[in-house]
Write a protein that binds this ligand. Structure first.
Ligand SMILES: [Zn+2]
Length: 141
């Protein structure tokens, strides 16, 4: 399961779970998705929660899993989630701000996770700060 933030044309936001990243696109194409507040069918996913940032990211064992083609394996996704929750500092929607702090502070090796809008992500990318999207799975099903 993957969680997306959904935004409608009237800027209502809500969260929804999908079995995988293709499911949203398929359902949306068929107009089977609608805003829970105003029933608009003009919706898009604004954020995939969460994203991670850390200078040591590539070297950390847990996240090397992301490089492998195991992302359809729920057990692997759960491992990644557990690893992040244990080793990364949660910064909520302050991710873009905190990622900058970590990036420009030469002494810190902190790894953080949280959410950012696609606009914030673009801005960070221009500064050379790459956030890594993490497919997030639901622990319960
Ligand atoms: Zn709406």
């Amino acid at each position: 399961m993957i969680k997306y933030n959904i935004k409608c044309e009237n800027n209502h936001e809500f969260e929804s779970w999908f079995s995988d990243s293709d499911e949203f696109d398929k359902l949306n194409k068929k107009k089977l998705l609608e805003c829970i507040y105003c029933s608009s069918k003009k919706i898009r996913k604004s954020i995939m929660a969460p994203m991670v940032f850390g200078k040591q990211l590539k070297k950390e064992d847990g996240l090397s899993l992301l490089d492998k083609k195991l992302l359809n394996e729920k057990s692997e996704l759960l491992k990644i989630r557990e690893y992040i929750e244990k080793n990364f500092e949660f910064v909520g929607d302050k991710l873009s701000q905190k990622a900058r702090e970590v990036y420009y502070d030469k002494r810190t090796k902190k790894s953080i996770y949280g959410t950012a809008t696609s606009e914030e992500r673009d801005e960070l990318e221009e500064e050379g700060i790459d956030l890594l999207s993490v497919p997030w799975v639901d622990k319960d099903n």
